[in-house]
Design a protein around this ligand. Structure first.
Ligand code: FFO
Ligand code: ATP
Length: 194
């Protein structure tokens, strides 16, 4: 293993712990309210998107169930990722989140009956992020491969504010985000129109 991936590995361990600790001290009301409605800069990007690839949050990740209801009500095509080995994630259209079933790593994912779609926007979970729009994920490379496959899709990262780190070590395959949304802030890529 090279030193950059060693650094990522230890950052991942540290920031998973931070995220768990932060989440466990939040009361139910705060958990429910955070990430419920998109703040206006994100709402504008959502308006311009037809097909949105969300994720089914687990554990201490930024929660997405309320946002999925909002997106369905807004008439968007809502899609969730299915893991297919080492391939890019396949986003499948879901009209009703009850259609999700337990998949890779016990994360709810759409069944193979749900049609594959091409996302205009991808909302991604994160383990850590930095202010230069760098993202650290779970280490599977799933989202990086997916961003490479869909370069036209707007990339939005969701995280709790405590997941911010000074610098996420960047490797050649790492793709920057266009916008980061936390429970208290929006960070946007400077000089780049998504
Ligand atoms: N909610 C969610 N869905 C997702 C992802 C994700 O990170 N979160 N993915 C992102 O690529 C893809 C699935 N890939 C994954 C790759 C690795 C692990 C993983 O290592 N999970 C740890 C749990 C760590 C923790 O949060 O405490 C594990 O199972 O030990 C999870 C998902 C697509 N769907
Ligand atoms: N576009 C890509 N093509 C092929 N392999 C890739 C690509 N992106 C990442 N990988 C591989 O995936 C592995 C994990 O990458 P990395 O540590 O950047 O994951 P991550 O961004 O934390 O995870 P994820 O994207 O799943 O949330 C690395 O071994 C890397 O070589």
């Amino acid at each position: 293993m090279n030193s950059l991936s060693d650094k990522k590995k230890s950052l991942r361990e540290e920031y998973r712990r931070r995220r768990d600790a932060f989440y466990s001290q939040l009361d139910a009301a705060t958990r429910g309210l955070a990430f419920r409605r998109p703040p206006s800069p994100l709402a504008k990007l959502i308006e311009q998107s037809e097909t949105i690839g969300l994720y089914s949050s687990i554990g201490s990740e930024a929660p997405t169930s309320r946002l999925s209801e909002y997106l369905i009500e807004a008439g968007k095509t809502l899609a969730f990722p299915a893991v297919i080995g080492e391939s890019p994630l396949e986003f499948r259209k879901v009209d009703n989140i009850d259609l999700l079933e337990t998949g890779f790593r016990d994360i709810a994912e759409p069944s193979s009956n749900c049609p594959a779609v091409v996302p205009d926007m991808i909302i991604t979970p994160m383990v850590a992020f930095d202010r230069s729009m760098g993202r650290l994920g779970q280490g599977g490379g799933h989202y990086d491969r997916t961003f490479e496959k869909y370069p036209q899709a707007t990339r939005i990262g969701f995280a709790w504010s405590v997941q911010e780190t000074d610098i996420v070590p960047m490797e050649v395959h790492d793709v920057l985000l266009h916008m980061i949304v936390t429970e208290c802030e929006i960070i946007q890529q400077v000089n780049v129109t998504p």
